[in-house]
Design a protein around this ligand. Structure first.
Ligand code: HCA
Ligand code: CU
Length: 380
């Protein structure tokens, strides 16, 4: 799990998101931000897709980013040549291997796939460019077919093989088993790609790393075909817990929020309220019991320290579930000097009001303010 690498595919898989249309300027900004964030690789849309995609791929290659630039093409010679022409650091080759895709998509036998794959891999390597070979729909492919093919491309000197859960049907356990088996068959790196149709994309990614995978594909906010793939932010949340030292030193975690906000604005979506780390409520504590403990020691109810990502926690005092310790912290913030008994009294007032209607922070602040005024008047 330790030294995992991220292949950031916002500019490839992410471009397959229903709402995505990136201008050249937006692509440059996204690529630059992600490279500064510290991802190892950026994966770009195939230059064969359209003339502008070809131009944009060349443009991004010339930016001289820290991250290596990959493009993603079908496993055939014409596509591979176009990819190399753009000046990429690496080419990601892909072909469907499940019987569904072989029957309904390209119509090739496993033997044909293998022969072409080896030819293309040898060509890309001869140009001094890194090369990855991946099957599409790996989990619904025949296991023996798949392992035979990967063994052959490993022998041909591929840098990485890729496993893709194209339809998002895999579980963490299926993932662990497949990657573990593959780890025993190939010597090269193993990249993994998980769609989120059944909500397992992050779980599968960590399972893959535990089983010996080396690379994980992500996109910002998880954007991609249908409901997308492993989100970069959720993966960072997972890894800052699973591999804290490496993750904290390798990635510029404080940039995450800006990157997500930028991509969200490009594709006109909002960051979900429950998004790991950057969601509006990701570090909001509500119940009195939680609030008291959080104020005493944040680790009690937080697995991640929000300040690592430049984010503040928020202790809510606006609900009937609140407690006097939480109210006390707000009283102190507002600069009032009340005794604990007085704070308990004002907490009771907040709860009374919160039983009637939902409150905003302004409402509770006014209750505290009014209570304080009253006290002072009584004192004369
Ligand atoms: C797709 C292809 C892919 C490829 C994954 C990869 C998938 O269907 O658009 O090359 O690693 O999910 O299979 O995104
Ligand atoms: Cu995909």
């Amino acid at each position: 799990v330790g030294r995992y690498k991220i292949i950031e595919s916002t500019l490839r898989e992410g471009e397959q998101f229903a709402n995505a249309f990136f201008t050249t300027e937006q692509k440059i900004k996204i690529a630059t931000m992600l490279s500064d964030f510290g991802v190892d690789y950026l994966e770009l849309t195939s230059p064969v897709s359209s003339p502008q995609s070809y131009e944009d791929c060349k443009t991004i290659c010339k930016l001289g980013l820290k991250a290596k630039v990959l493009t993603h093409v079908r496993c055939n010679m014409e596509d591979a040549k176009k990819a190399v022409e753009c000046g990429v650091d690496g080419v990601d080759l892909v072909i469907g291997t499940s019987s569904f895709l072989r029957q309904y998509s390209h119509g090739k036998s496993m033997a044909m796939i293998q022969t072409t794959a080896i030819e293309v891999i040898e060509y890309v390597k001869s140009k001094g460019v890194e090369v990855r070979f991946s099957s599409e729909d790996s989990f619904r492919s025949d296991l023996v077919d798949l392992l035979t093919l990967y063994k052959a491309v490993d022998k041909a000197g591929v840098n990485r093989v890729g496993v893709a859960d194209t339809v998002g049907g895999a579980t963490p356990r299926m993932t662990y088993d497949l990657i573990r088996t593959l780890r025993g068959v190939v010597g090269c790196d193993i990249e993994t790609h998980f769609h989120d149709d059944t909500g397992c994309a992050v779980g599968n990614a960590i399972s893959a790393l535990e089983a010996g995978a080396t690379h994980v594909d992500t996109s910002v906010l998880g954007i991609g075909e249908r409901n997308g793939i492993t989100p970069l932010g959720a993966m960072m949340a997972r890894m800052v817990v699973s591999a804290p030292e490496y993750t904290k030193t390798k990635y510029n975690l404080k940039m995450l929020k800006d990157i997500e906000e930028y991509v969200a604005s490009c594709v006109q979506v909002n960051i979900p309220f429950n998004n790991p780390i950057t969601g509006a409520t990701a570090f909001t504590h509500k119940a009195g019991i939680h609030a008291k403990a959080i104020l005493a020691n944040p680790s009690t109810y937080e697995i991640i320290d929000p300040s690592l990502f430049g984010i503040n926690r928020y202790v809510s005092i606006t609900s009937r579930l609140t407690g006097w310790n939480a109210v006390k912290s707000r009283v102190v913030q507002l600069g009032y000097e009340l005794t604990d008994d007085q704070i308990k009294e004002v907490t009771a007032k907040i709860k009374q009001m919160a039983d009637i209607r939902p409150l905003a922070i302004d409402d509770t602040d006014s209750i505290i303010h009014a209570y304080n005024m009253n006290l002072r008047e009584e004192k004369g």
